[in-house]
Design a protein around this ligand. Sequence first.
Ligand code: SAM
Length: 390
Amino acid sequence: MSDELPTQRQLVLPLLDALEETPKGMTTRDLAGAVAERLGLSDAVREARIEISGQSRSHFRHRLRWAQQIAKFEGLAERSGGAWRLTRKGRDSLTKAVPGQVVTIFTTENGAFLWGLAEDAIGHVDDGSIAAIWTSPPYPLLTQKRYGNPMEAGVSYVDWLTRMVESWLPKLDGDDASVLLNLGDAWMPGMPSISTYQERLIVRLEDRLGLKLAQRFTWWNTSAPPGPTLWTCIRKVRVKQAAETIWWLSRSGHARGDNQRVLVPYADDRPVQVGPRVKRPNGHWMRGHGFERENGGAIPPNVLPIANGSQDRAYFAACRAAGLPVHPARFPADLAKFFIGLTTEQGETVLDPFGGSGTTARVAEDMGRRWVSIEAMREYAEGARLRFAA
Ligand SMILES: C[S@@+](CC[C@H](N)C(=O)[O-])C[C@H]1O[C@@H](n2cnc3c(N)ncnc32)[C@H](O)[C@@H]1O
């Protein structure tokens, strides 16, 4: 368990993230909930207890209290009137690439990880070279995340992302190449309702850039903690937010895909073919059709139940050893594996313009794909390098 629990130092960044989103301040209790939510900590990790000076204490809360003290000692956060708040210094502790600057942080035989703004670094990607863009853009949080506000004054998130997607299109290797966006819901300020920005974005991408929607997937994060805390746990007026959407787009409307690369194990109760006829689990017999034959696995649905957070122990440990921040908004490797597998063949190239902790890079490398990842924050790019250390 303790392997999954970030160190005191690793908790500092998500702690500052949480404080940044709540400028009026947070109690220690609310802060614990917000940090655990950000890191996708399982209930087991959150609730695990340890013995300290003969008393049983929450291991997570204990570490978080130390992280609060580190943040305070380093002048990043302060406590007054029972509430924790970010200091000015706390708002600037990641090293954001300056406009126009692009640095190669590391390369492998198959890929390159670039530190820079996607707006600039995309210029280093060859036109016509990318089979699939698979990415999770920064979410349109109510206030900006510490890794950067994508919104210039007066320009909405939808406009910003539309412009960004437009800059990617010349890089695609054909009209049937894929653009895959993993987007999460954003809650409206002060009310238990969500923004319709995703729907507006997809309509905009079709109207302005001609991108057609190949399919819409729901990623069900089976380890999502209850949240948002105010509406689910305190007021109890909404249920747990555990789904994100993956929008699969292409220019031609005929996005390349092969479901045979992402087959899943058959359900135990699938109909079994006996000669020309099929016996259904309910005991009824019917005429045999192709779908009952042994095809090496079942065609998966467009709902993907995948836990987040538990697959990254080695990355956590490596960041801990190197004193680097753990990326607070990673997607699971299995999610990346599914979409890279569905939309690309071995040897083709995947681009992740918001590369974060290098999940796409690592999975693409493991799957025999070529890859390019771009990330705006140096510390996250350095953390991604650690996924390749061995
Ligand atoms: C949701 S996270 C992606 C996490 C990634 N999928 C993973 O598994 O680690 C979005 C990332 O985009 C980066 N980012 C934000 N604005 C950017 C920009 N203009 N150019 C490049 N990266 C940017 C953020 O620093 C953040 O790491």
